[in-house]
Design a protein around this ligand. Structure first.
Ligand code: HEC
Ligand code: HEC
Length: 316
């Protein structure tokens, strides 16, 4: 089934059985990049006043049509799902894109990439610039993957974009993807790192290991240490990490953690050592830099007991 577009006019009857209520969503897309709400609403591709909502129904990877695109789409899928192996020379850690975008971006809950082509190019405050889908992928390569950018004409980047175009089939340009950008906690409670550590021991080590090094990119990825994301990644922010944990973890018992648990766990995980991003001072060049980026200075403050969580969490 293809994604179905519903206009704002009301409710439409499709195929005799399916009613789709049209909604105008005010949800903010792409806000992992740290836009303020206001900036984010203005950042997307402008569309007509009639906002559109779409149903989540991507085509299956088992059913890619025969033809010249098929090889690129399947290679793109492999690159997204097994990145640290398939693109070994570009990746600086032991993660795959699937480590955060579960199911190679197909999972509706975990930072889904279904329909992503519909929302790029996009203005991103962290870059202070218009960002294309290729640049957005490379953003995750140098931050979340702690690696190198793909060349603009590389077969890897072409394949990833081909794959994202395939799983965006039927999602119109500018559409509100209700399922995107949901792993973001707006009001993060003041965390208790010690409690986070004990929760981690109870609920997370089976897959992510006691030392945070993980058990595999797609079974329990590295949460800290040299094989994890660097501190310039979106998920190195308290709001993103707490939101991600609350919505997606622990695998097998999702929905059992409170906001407080997720905040405690996020604070514990993000106060551990990880690779450093060299260009923090170039991010948010036009202002609006959030306070909840857990860089080395903040990790040290947690260790020596001087962290001011109220201040860290004041800008989400
Ligand atoms: C350590 C976690 C992590 C890893 C690994 C990761 N990403 Fe992301 N990525 C994120 C987060 C968090 C966002 C923000 C999305 C959200 O809030 O839903 C994001 C956003 C994106 C977006 C924009 C999505 C949108 O809806 O605007 C794209 C495209 C993307 N990532 C591609 C990739 C690719 C390709 C890879 C592998 C090369 C990758 N990511 C690896 C965490 C990660
Ligand atoms: C049963 C195994 C399992 C358990 C238990 C589990 N995770 Fe995960 N975790 C995964 C898998 C698999 C992924 C990759 C994404 C996916 O498939 O959902 C992941 C991804 C993550 C990520 C994003 C990737 C990264 O490298 O940062 C974070 C953060 C995370 N888990 C935190 C936790 C926390 C905190 C707990 C304990 C509350 C937990 N997980 C418990 C399996 C598990």
């Amino acid at each position: 089934m293809k994604p179905i577009v519903a206009g704002v006019a009301g409710t439409v009857l499709l195929a005799g059985t399916l009613f789709i209520g049209a909604v105008i969503s005010d949800k903010i897309l792409g806000d992992a990049n740290g836009e303020t709400e206001e900036a984010a609403t203005q950042s997307k591709i402008p569309t007509s006043a009639a906002a559109q909502s779409v149903v989540y129904a991507p085509p299956s990877i088992e059913e890619v049509p025969e033809g010249p695109m098929k090889e690129a789409i399947l290679y793109g899928y492999e690159l997204v799902n097994n990145t640290h192996v398939a693109a070994e020379e570009y990746v600086g850690n032991q993660l795959s894109c699937t480590s955060c975008h579960a199911g190679a971006g197909y999972d509706e809950q975990a930072s889904s990439l279904v329909g992503v082509m519909a929302n790029y190019p996009q203005y991103i405050a962290r870059s202070g610039d218009i960002v294309t889908i290729e640049e957005r992928i490379n953003g995750c390569m140098v931050r979340s993957m702690n690696g190198k950018k793909f060349d603009m004409n590389s077969k890897e980047l072409e394949a990833m974009v081909s794959y994202f175009a395939y799983i965006s089939e039927g999602v119109p340009i500018g559409a509100e993807r209700e399922w995107a950008g949901t792993s973001n906690m707006k009001d993060v409670p003041i965390p208790d790192v010690t409690n986070g550590e004990s929760l981690y021991g109870q609920s997370c080590i089976a897959c992510h290991a006691a030392d945070g090094a993980g058990t595999g990119a797609n079974t329990g990825p590295a949460l800290w240490g040299e094989n994890s994301f660097n501190d310039g990644a979106g998920i190195a922010r308290m709001s993103k990490m707490a939101g991600y944990i609350k919505n997606n973890m622990p695998v097998g018992a999702v929905g059992t953690l409170t906001d407080q648990d997720a905040a405690d766990l996020a604070a514990f995980i993000l106060s551990q050592d990880r690779p450093e991003w060299a260009n923090h001072n170039k991010d948010w060049p036009k202002g609006g830099r959030p306070n909840d980026i857990m860089d080395k200075e903040k990790r040290d403050q947690v260790k020596n007991g001087t962290i001011n969580w109220e201040q860290v969490l004041s800008t989400n």
